[in-house]
Design a protein around this ligand. Structure first.
Ligand code: 3PG
Length: 207
């Protein structure tokens, strides 16, 4: 599956931080049961790589790695089973590591120049991050004119209420957000609630 196909199949990509390694599999199962299959597991906690390994075994899950900020993380995440990666920004060292590892990357961009630099480096599927502080829907519509050949996954400040408006932008394939994995539901293992949130996200339509 190409990165664009993964994005188009997603609608919403949950941004996941695993505090307890025992949560990885039931969380992935709960999200997949609700129709959310593309999962971004961040390296913000010590359990990120282990969680990717465990979640990649869950039937139906398409697992990626998030918060890639160090070159050595690319090969480690690929070896753990990640099939795509997401970074908050892009640097020459990350570009080199990405190309060496072969792990598909959705790099974070925030300005027209960053988008153009990413495009020059060969990336046409981009994350707009942080999406709302970057200008949100107004920004996405404004850059669709001069830079029509890039597709975004805006992430940062998006909710179930605002997601439909983002999905309606012609240069948006999916959105990212942490609202599908609330801390309290994770802490208490309320997987039914997470499946309900996933169901609502999977049913979103562009508005
Ligand atoms: C993050 O920085 O955690 C992600 O961009 C998700 O942002 P959100 O919590 O605003 O959805």
């Amino acid at each position: 599956m190409s990165l664009l196909e993964i994005m188009k199949s997603a609608k919403v990509i949950p941004v996941i931080a695993i505090d307890d390694p025992d949560h990885a599999v039931p969380l992935a199962q709960a999200l997949v049961a609700g129709g959310i299959r593309v999962l971004e597991v961040t390296l913000r906690t010590a359990h990120g790589l282990g969680a990717i390994k465990a979640m990649a075994q869950v039937p139906g899950a398409i697992v990626g790695v998030g918060t890639l900020t160090q070159p050595e993380e690319f090969a480690a995440a690929r070896d753990a089973g990640a099939v795509f990666g997401v970074s908050p920004g892009l640097t020459p060292a990350l570009i080199e590591a990405q190309k060496k590892s072969g792990l598909a990357l959705l790099p974070g961009t925030m300005t027209p120049s960053e988008i153009m630099l990413a495009r020059e480096a060969g990336y046409k599927q981009l994350k707009l991050f942080p999406a709302v502080p970057a200008g949100g829907i107004g920004m996405l519509n404004a850059i669709a004119g001069p830079l029509p050949d890039v597709t975004f996954c805006p992430t940062g400040g998006i909710s179930i209420e605002t997601a439909p408006k983002f999905l309606a932008c012609k240069n948006v394939a999916c959105v990212g957000g942490s609202w599908l994995t609330p801390k309290e539901a994770m802490r208490t293992g309320n997987w039914e609630h997470i499946t309900e949130l996933a169901r609502a996200a999977a049913a979103l339509t562009a508005e």
